[in-house]
Design a protein around this ligand. Structure first.
Ligand SMILES: Nc1nc2c(c(=O)[nH]1)N[C@H]1C(S)=C(S)[C@@H](COP(=O)(O)OP(=O)(O)OC[C@H]3O[C@@H](n4cnc5c(=O)[nH]c(N)nc54)[C@H](O)[C@@H]3O)O[C@H]1N2
Ligand SMILES: Nc1nc2c(c(=O)[nH]1)N[C@H]1C(S)=C(S)[C@@H](COP(=O)(O)OP(=O)(O)OC[C@H]3O[C@@H](n4cnc5c(=O)[nH]c(N)nc54)[C@H](O)[C@@H]3O)O[C@H]1N2
Ligand code: SF4
Ligand SMILES: [Mo]
Length: 618
């Protein structure tokens, strides 16, 4: 076969959604690199992206169905694997109805076609499903409630900013294609600042970083709003302004100094930066909103942008996790009569353990709740006692290890024909296969359709994928840029009046001496561990403030145990002199970490992962 050039997309759950260009010959990758005509990501792929060809053929890749047998795994053929799956689901349904089947999927990647898989539980009657976000929906709802017009993609707008405030957004690690834009904005005179709870590569890059105690942001943001109101008064033509002003003006400076741990001069400096720099753009990260007050924090920071006159200014305003709505046709998942039982995703394990009628079969696709949801110990216990559980993955995840059957799937870059829209920029791309899948793996939609057929259900899946493709290609608000690449046209929708938040959620009360903050890092893409060389079980690192370490007599490199009433985790201590006291920081997805993590959800049903308290034993 001749050598061919193909354009595709890095499918990881990552804001950048990089374009990729590969040379392909005989179903194998000959060269692999950034797509040079992508408006935002053209210059480079990060290490995770560059390593796709290695991952696709890596030693961790599963290539045969595996059945749990005693302490180990037995390879079995596909016919047996699929008939066991059908039987496992049928048995549960015959005992307790469709709700005795858990259908769990989350992200794994950001393909739009993933939605089609949700037809499976719907066709069965609804099943038991998990709802609520582990990721950004809490903060998004705070912005949607105040200023839905702020939910737009506009990375290049920073080039017009005089000030850029990264609020708990670690772009240097987690949104790396933002960095060249930030550098260019700095060359044009912008000052870059961070509000963080620890030092990060992004705080090191920033011109100024204010490190505060986690969760103290809300009072800080309210206080800054109060100061803006004292200086400039209230804007006209808004909703709830007086009620909000009463809340903001009630927050005293002394309370903010105590809560954040900032000294007065530093707080004054932060106040001058936020109130006197224009245009000022604020870029929220995901970390600060994984807490009970996540939506409130974002709505108050949105209010700050309004009160300081930055809302609507070119180079001003507040930006977070953009959603490009309308790519998946609404009719795709239309389903009358499906009545799912809905469990909170973050508290999944304990909800499953007490579910009535009980869940006796679990079907898991693109999800790793034993690694990524709160109170993971409960989820593990549930899966290990569930009569039948199957996990579709390309690698042996922590969740797969707890299931009775594991089915190996092809990867997005081996199947193509799907779409990715970024949650940071305004480019939509089509995926293409750049390599043949390894022998023994199957396309997950084919697996799902076959299991459905075994249960007597029609194949609605493949027609729905075709419908998705026709729909995306027909959208007049997508401007074709190049083959397989579109830009979302600017929509001139009317801008509704700004709604100040009239109520503020209350934070969780501390239930331990240390707040555990778990963060996304270069080494992982969420639960997907990308380190090739480290031995498994290597104790993860936990970063303590110098002050806490001295008080507890902990030295760098020392083994310590983090614990709470859900479990414990051995870690190696690292010290950060700049980190506020009372905070411990660990990389998310460290094995066994989410056993400690809070299973609580916010009033809107989203995770409170960063509202976890632990104690420490040297
Ligand atoms: N390399 C890499 N890139 C990724 C991912 C990955 O795993 N690896 N995951 C992707 C996904 S799914 C997501 S959601 C994003 C996450 O991207 P980010 O939001 O950048 O990452 P997080 O680590 O969730 O949180 C950002 C920062 O919030 C800080 N923080 C925590 N609590 C508070 C608080 O109360 N106040 C303040 N001010 N700061 C706080 C943390 O210290 C952390 O540095 O990254 C995406 N990109
Ligand atoms: N403690 C803590 N927990 C967290 C977070 C945190 O900051 N701290 N962050 C949260 C956030 S922001 C997010 S988005 C979630 C992410 O949570 P998840 O989306 O569950 O995590 P992933 O590891 O990205 O993916 C889940 C599984 O999908 C598999 N997978 C990948 N591609 C495919 C595919 O094409 N098909 C199939 N069948 N499987 C595939 C992966 O191998 C992985 O095992 O985690 C959350 N959990
Ligand atoms: S992980 Fe993110 S930054 Fe890295 S190549 Fe993929 S989309 Fe780009
Ligand atoms: Mo996320």
């Amino acid at each position: 076969m001749a050598r061919e050039t193909r354009h595709t997309v890095c499918p990881y759950d990552c804001p950048d959604s990089c374009g990729i260009t590969a040379e392909v010959e005989d179903g194998r990758i000959v060269s692999f690199g950034p797509r040079l005509d992508h408006p935002y990501t053209r210059g480079f792929l990060c290490t995770r992206g560059q390593e796709w060809p290695l991952r696709m053929r890596g030693p961790e890749r599963l290539t045969t169905p595996l059945l749990k047998s005693g302490e180990g795994w037995k390879p079995i053929g596909w016919d047996e694997a699929l008939s066991r799956t059908v039987r496992g689901l049928e048995t549960a349904i015959s005992r307790h109805g469709h709700r005795s089947v858990l259908f769990y999927s989350y992200a794994g990647n950001v393909l739009k076609g993933n939605e089609v898989q949700n037809l499976f539980p719907a066709l069965l009657g609804g099943c038991t499903v998990a709802e609520g976000s582990l990721c950004g929906a809490e903060g998004l709802s705070g912005l949607a409630e105040t200023d839905p017009a702020s939910l737009r993609s506009r990375p290049a707008s920073v080039l017009e900013s005089r000030g850029i405030l990264l609020w708990g957004r670690n772009a240097a690690e987690n949104n790396p294609h933002f960095m060249p834009l930030l550098s260019e904005a700095r060359r044009k005179g912008a000052l870059i600042a961070s509000v963080e709870v620890r030092t990060t590569p992004t705080t090191a890059f920033s011109d100024r970083a204010w490190l505060i105690r986690p969760g103290s942001d809300l009072d800080l943001a309210l206080f800054l709003c109060g100061q803006a109101i004292r200086r400039k008064g209230l804007p006209k033509g808004t909703v709830n302004a007086e009620a909000f002003a009463a809340l903001a003006l009630a927050v005293e400076k002394s309370r903010v100094l105590e809560g954040t741990g900032l000294c007065e001069a530093t707080l004054d400096e932060l106040e001058r930066f936020t109130l006197e720099t224009a245009p000022l753009s604020t870029w929220m990260g995901w970390g600060p909103q994984r807490a009970r007050c996540g939506a409130s924090l974002f709505s108050v920071l949105s209010a700050l942008s309004m009160l300081t006159g930055n809302r609507g200014l070119p180079g001003g305003g507040i930006t977070f996790n953009q959603e490009i709505e309308g790519l998946v046709p609404e009719t795709l998942l239309e389903f009358s009569g499906a009545e799912p039982r809905i469990l909170p995703r973050n508290g999944l394990g304990r909800a499953l353990l007490s579910a009535d009628p009980p869940v006796e079969a679990a079907f898991i696709v693109r999800g790793n709740p034993v690694s990524q949801c709160g109170d993971a110990g409960s989820t593990k216990r549930f899966l290990e006692t569930c009569p039948f559980s199957v996990c579709l993955d390309y690698r042996m995840s922590l969740t797969a290890r707890c299931c009775s059957l594991v089915l190996p799937v092809s990867l997005p870059l081996e199947r193509g024909g799907d779409f990715v829209s970024s949650y940071w920029h305004d480019i939509v791309q089509e995926t293409a296969a750049v390599a043949d899948p390894p022998e023994g793996v199957r396309h997950e939609l084919d697996i799902i359709a076959e299991v459905a057929a075994g249960l007597g259900l029609p194949d609605r899946f493949h027609p729905a994928m075709e419908q998705l493709g026709r729909h995306v290609r027909s959208l007049d608000w997508l401007e074709p840029l190049a083959p397989g690449m579109w830009r979302v046209r600017e929509r001139n929708d009317p801008v509704p009046a700004f709604r100040f938040p009239a109520m503020i959620d209350a934070p969780e009360k501390p239930s331990g001496p240390f707040r555990l903050i778990t963060v996304h890092t270069r080494r992982f893409n969420n639960g997907q561990d990308l380190r090739q060389s480290r031995p498994p079980g290597f104790p993860p690192e936990a970063t303590f403030s110098q002050a806490d370490a001295e008080r507890l007599g902990i030295g760098p490199g020392q083994a310590v145990t983090l614990f709470n009433d859900r479990g414990c985790l051995s870690v190696t201590a690292v010290l950060d002199p700049a980190q506020p006291a009372g905070t411990v920081v660990t990389a998310q997805a460290a094995e066994g970490l989410n056993v400690l993590v809070s299973p609580e959800v916010t009033a809107r049903g989203h995770s409170c992962i960063n509202e976890t308290w632990v104690d420490v034993k040297p």
